[in-house]
Write a protein that binds this ligand. Structure first.
Ligand SMILES: Cc1cc2nc3c(=O)[nH]c(=O)nc-3n(C[C@H](O)[C@H](O)[C@H](O)COP(=O)(O)O)c2cc1C
Length: 319
């Protein structure tokens, strides 16, 4: 039962969507509707502010996402205020006292999260949007993880979730809840740039690349094509050696770049640039990012043709 672990009435979780796509507006709307909403921002002050804003809108549980490669010690205090912490990418470890979920892309990673004491794991299928940890279709990986871990250990499924039937299939396969990102990005409460939403509504296809690897190299992510991918990738989808080398060199230092410098670089990021950061087009950033930054989306984007309020989506997804 999802209610036991996550304190929610509906088995629908809104995925963490980084760099400020999912802030308090979306997370609170999902939680207030009976699902579990997730805030995903970088910085201690930002986490604190977004969580407080969400609390002013709902008294239901709210989750906060933390990308482990970018985690700083100062985030731990505000993370302790979250009802649920969802970690991703890297050695699984507990960051705070509430419920802890780790998103995994393989059986090995799920085993490691279980051994590290995660209360549940989110099994991420290769269909997922944004950064993709695994290489296996979600339902298949769910089955593999289910047989590798104790039968009563709670699992959630992310990737491929856009309609009620998808959630129903996940539950039938033994998940306690389903996690959707792209479907909730296409709601008025997400902070995606209006033109980002328009591109997704028109999209038929996605693909996985490592192109937007500045400060986070060799991390595959699923996107919709734009001018940056058309100009930045070779005809076979390969990344030019120079871009790859710059991104590889930026890896260890990327997280220490001062915010003001990072924002200046992002404001200048264009198609054709070799400095392609993973930051995406939110409504408080420039239009240069529509064709100069990753337009993250999952495979479900081909099935989504409308923007719908988050509360309506929770109801529509709940079996
Ligand atoms: C725009 C976008 C940003 C994402 N950012 C993050 C993130 O910062 N942290 C994280 O754990 N997962 C992130 N994800 C992945 C989601 O947690 C989840 O695996 C994915 O959204 C599921 O696939 P779907 O988008 O097809 O529903 C992101 C996904 C999208 C679409």
């Amino acid at each position: 039962m999802p209610a036991d672990l996550l304190g929610i009435a509906s088995p629908v979780v809104q995925a963490p969507m980084g760099a400020g796509i999912s802030r308090h507006e979306l997370a609170a709307a999902v939680s207030a509707a009976g699902g579990l909403g997730t805030i995903c921002v970088n910085g201690a002050a930002e986490i604190e502010r977004e969580l407080a804003a969400a609390r002013s809108l709902t008294d239901r549980p709210v989750a906060v996402g933390a990308l482990l490669p970018f985690l700083r010690r100062s985030w731990l205090k505000p993370l302790a205020q979250a009802d649920v912490v969802i970690t991703f990418w890297g050695r699984p470890r507990r960051l705070a006292g509430g419920s802890w979920l780790h998103q995994c892309g393989s059986v090995e990673e799920a085993r490691a999260a279980h051994a590290a004491g995660a209360d549940a794991v989110i099994v991420q299928g290769v269909e997922a949007g944004g950064h993709v940890r695994g290489t296996t279709p979600g339902l298949q990986l769910l089955e593999q993880v289910r047989s590798a871990l104790p039968g009563d250990y709670p699992l959630l499924l992310s990737g491929g979730i856009a309609e009620r039937a998808d959630v129903a299939r996940a539950l039938e396969a033994g998940a306690i809840a389903a996690v959707a990102g792209t479907r909730f990005l296409l709601s008025p409460e997400s902070r995606a740039h209006e033109r980002y939403r328009e591109r997704l509504l028109a999209a038929e296809q996605t693909f996985i690349t490592e192109l937007f690897g500045l400060g986070w190299p060799a991390a595959p992510h699923r996107v919709v094509a734009n001018e940056a991918t058309r100009r930045g990738l070779g005809p076979d989808g390969s990344i030019p050696l120079v871009t790859r080398a710059i991104h590889a060199a930026s890896g260890p230092t990327g997280r220490y770049v001062p915010d003001a410098v990072r924002e200046k670089m992002i404001a200048r990021q264009r198609a054709g640039s070799r400095l392609l950061s993973p930051i995406t087009a939110t409504d408080d950033r420039g239009e240069n990012l529509i064709d100069g930054a990753p337009l993250y989306a999952g495979e479900t984007v081909a099935r989504i043709r409308d923007v719908r309020p988050a509360a309506e989506l929770v109801a529509a997804l709940t079996p």
